[in-house]
Design a protein around this ligand. Structure first.
Ligand SMILES: [Zn+2]
Ligand SMILES: [Zn+2]
Length: 149
C-alpha cells in the first residue's frame, strides 16, 4: 500500500485544478488543493463490485469502462478479489475451475510451471538439432526469442 503512487493506475494530478492527488484508499484519489475525488480503474471496478457483488466480468467492464483485460489484470495482481458470495467471475485459464484471483488454480499453476520448464528445454534441443545454436541461448544472428503462451 505504501507504493500506491507507483501503481499503473495511480492518478498523479487533479483533472479539475492540476493539484496533487493523494491516495485515499480503495482506488480513490483526492486532490489536496480542491478535494476533487477521482477513482482509478481499480477504484471503479471495486466500487462496482461492492454495489453488485455477483457481477460478471463483462458486465463490470461495460459499467465501468475498464477493459476486461484490465479487470483480469487487477485480479491477477490480486488487487481485487472475487467476493465469497459472488457468481463465478474468473476461471482457471487451463482447466476452467473457478478461482478467486490470479490466472490459474494452484494445481494448474504447478503444472504450468513444470511445462514451461520442459518447453524451454525442448526449445534448446530443437535449436541445436536445426543447427541454429552455437551452444548459447541466442541463435547465430544474436536474436533473442520470447516464448509466448
Ligand atoms: Zn483539484
Ligand atoms: Zn486449473
Amino acid at each position: 500500500m505504501d507504493n500506491i503512487r507507483s501503481w499503473p493506475g495511480a492518478i498523479q494530478n487533479c483533472a479539475e485544478c492540476g493539484g496533487e492527488m493523494r491516495y485515499a484508499g480503495l482506488g480513490e484519489f483526492r486532490c489536496v488543493e480542491c478535494g476533487n475525488v477521482q477513482l482509478n480503474d481499480y477504484g471503479r471496478v471495486r466500487a462496482y463490485l461492492e454495489a453488485h457483488p455477483g457481477a460478471m466480468q463483462s458486465e463490470v467492464s461495460r459499467a465501468t469502462g475498464v477493459s476486461t483485460n484490465r479487470i483480469r489484470q487487477l485480479l491477477v495482481e490480486e488487487r481485487i478479489e472475487i467476493s465469497a458470495n459472488s457468481n463465478i467471475f474468473l476461471n482457471c485459464e487451463m482447466c476452467g475451475m473457478p478461482i478467486r484471483s490470479g490466472s490459474r488454480c494452484p494445481k494448474c499453476e504447478e503444472r504450468y510451471q513444470r511445462e514451461m520448464a520442459l518447453e524451454k528445454k525442448a526449445e534448446r534441443v530443437g535449436s541445436i538439432k536445426s543447427g541454429h545454436m552455437a551452444g548459447d541461448k541466442m541463435n547465430a544472428s544474436g536474436e533473442m526469442r520470447f516464448l509466448k503462451k
